[in-house]
Design a binder for this molecule. Structure first.
Ligand SMILES: O=P(O)(O)OC[C@H]1O[C@H](O[C@H]2O[C@H](CO)[C@@H](O)[C@H](O)[C@H]2O)[C@H](O)[C@@H](O)[C@@H]1O
Length: 520
């Protein structure tokens, strides 16, 4: 799914820097000390501060003093508010705030600032594509943390605990700090995304009516965050892509619209742009069947694909061996990418192979022999050798042996430095350990077709995990359609039930293109 976004507002601790852990430990030192005194009878009831539950529930994301008040209230500890000049030793809300800050700095000086490298790498790339970025943190230590981490230059605006105090902005879950950051970036909340690891931050993004709220999952916030109303939850920002205009993010299948309900969007894309079609084969053009050799394309679908290829560019990007899928589809003048894109052939003798092809082919042959030897006695296993990969099917194997099959594949893969083990629908595959996938194959084919400018619109249709690489890589003018389902999240925009509905879509594509060409 994708949404138009021009700005990103990022929380700091737990999203960009690993300082949330330091904060949590400083809070624990503070409250455990206080609670110990309480148990001696001087104050309320005695208990320990539990980072895993108390931190996300009462403290995370809130301004320092509000965190203190909220925890004290929950523990029924009656501590006076005190005065902002109270020293750290005083048992007042202000005194405790100072002490927490001292404890935090002690840990920070001892351990330094660690960053979430994958998220920083992602936002650095997005900034280069024109995304405006602000850091929005309740922490008054925000600037010094950014400087220690050496990342302050990434941000077009900083709204921290000091700015909030100076401007009189309410803390999260009120949306004020995010709205002020949007104002500084000169953007409208309906064009901005918020990335937060705390439930109160997600709540603030919702109250501020921001376009997209991104929850960052960590070990200690999963329960609370998943209950929050985050539009999407990811482990880090590298799970999100940015086209320069939109963010593409993973969702569960149930949240996608059916492609037929989106006929308006699809028709418009077909009318406004030159369409380019990319199809996966198994599970997309043909139903999944018990044996790979029985997955035959129907003559009706072949005819429709042929008609479509006479009106637009068409490519089939498959996990199968290239020559195998070419034979099964049986059409000239279209691109075929086999072995998950490692082996490509297009009209006019255009070809692409994985680098170090000979070495990889040698490894695949050896790995295939090993797999055959180790799995020959395993009931129902079918080994499918290809030029640049080998597939081990276990669809017809008794369930209690599946894990064993997966383990054998991993053991064999571990013996080859140039192969890696990957997973598809009831199939394990050893394929080249190269940074290349169906998404990169799609881009490569698009380059050869000369369709990389904004006047074109890509449609990618696929059913398996490996097709997610292509959905992720779709450009701004791109529509991903998930066929059927797989067990993970999807980056597609729409879904259809199965290959029979892809067949109907093919008819719609042809009719819409034809009608539009007659109209103009
Ligand atoms: O990328 P694709 O074109 O979808 O190819 C992925 C794999 O498809 C085939 O296996 C799958 O389909 C079989 C026939 O329906 C089914 O029996 C098997 O369980 C599925 O995993 C193909 O045999 C593999 O080589 C492809 O990698």
């Amino acid at each position: 799914m994708k949404k138009k976004i021009d700005s990103l507002l990022c929380d700091l601790d737990g999203v960009l820097t690993k300082t949330a852990d330091l904060h949590a430990r400083a809070w624990k030192l503070l409250f455990d000390d206080l609670l110990e005194q309480a148990s001696e009878g001087t104050l309320g009831v005695g208990q320990k501060f539990v980072i895993a539950t108390d931190y996300p529930k009462f403290i995370d994301g809130k301004p320092r003093l509000e965190g203190i008040r909220s925890y004290l209230k929950a523990r029924k500890l009656d501590i006076p508010e005190g005065d902002k000049d109270d020293p750290a030793e005083m048992k007042t809300v202000h005194g405790l705030g100072k002490k927490k800050n001292q404890l935090f700095h002690k840990l920070l000086n001892a351990e330094g600032v660690k960053i979430y490298a994958a998220s920083i790498k992602a936002i650095t790339a997005w900034k280069n594509k024109g995304l405006k970025i602000a850091v929005v943190s309740s922490s008054k230590n925000c600037l010094s943390i950014l400087q220690s981490a050496g990342i302050e230059q990434l941000f077009d605006a900083i709204v921290d605990g000091n700015v909030a105090q100076e401007k009189g902005l309410a803390g999260k879950p009120e949306p004020d700090v995010f709205l002020y950051a949007a104002f500084l970036l000169q953007t409208n909340p309906k064009n901005a995304a918020v990335a937060e690891d705390a439930a109160v931050g997600i709540e603030a993004a919702k109250r501020g009516k921001f376009a997209l709220s991104i929850g960052i999952l960590k070990e200690n916030n999963a329960r609370i965050l998943l209950k929050s109303e985050a539009d999407v939850t990811v482990r880090d920002l590298s799970e999100i892509t940015y086209t320069g205009e939109s963010m593409r993010y993973p969702l569960s299948l149930e949240k996608l619209d059916h492609a037929c309900l989106s006929e308006y969007h699809i028709s418009r894309s077909l009318q406004l742009y030159e369409p380019v079609f990319f199809f996966d084969y198994d599970g997309t053009l043909t139903p999944i069947v018990a044996h790979p050799e029985d997955a035959l394309l129907s003559q009706a679908t072949r005819e429709r694909l042929k008609t479509l290829s006479e009106r637009a560019s068409v490519a089939v990007i498959s996990g199968r061996d290239k020559d195998d899928v070419k034979k099964l589809v049986g059409l000239e003048n279209i691109f075929y990418a086999g072995s998950h894109g490692f082996d490509i052939e297009g009209p006019g003798s255009v070809t692409h192979h994985v680098p170090h092809a000979q070495d990889i082919m040698r490894s695949v042959i050896k790995a295939t022999a090993l797999l055959q030897e180790k799995l020959q006695a395993t009931d129902g296993v079918q080994i499918e050798p290809k030029k640049f990969a080998v597939a081990v099917h276990y669809r017809n194997t008794p369930k209690d042996l599946w894990q064993e099959v997966r383990e054998v594949c991993q053991q064999v893969a571990d013996q080859f430095s140039n192969l890696k083990n990957s997973e598809g629908k009831m199939v394990m595959e050893l394929r080249p350990d190269v940074d290349w996938d169906k998404g990169k194959a799609m881009e490569w084919v698009a380059g050869k077709l000369g369709v990389q400018s904004p006047q074109f619109h890509y449609f990618y249709m696929g059913d398996d995990f490996t097709d997610e690489d292509a959905f992720r890589a779709l450009p701004e003018n791109g529509t991903g359609i998930l066929v059927g389902s797989h067990e993970g999240y999807t980056y597609a925009d729409y879904h259809v039930k199965g290959p029979e509905e892809i067949d109907q879509l093919l008819t719609s594509f042809i009719n819409i293109i034809q009608k539009h060409r007659m109209d103009v």
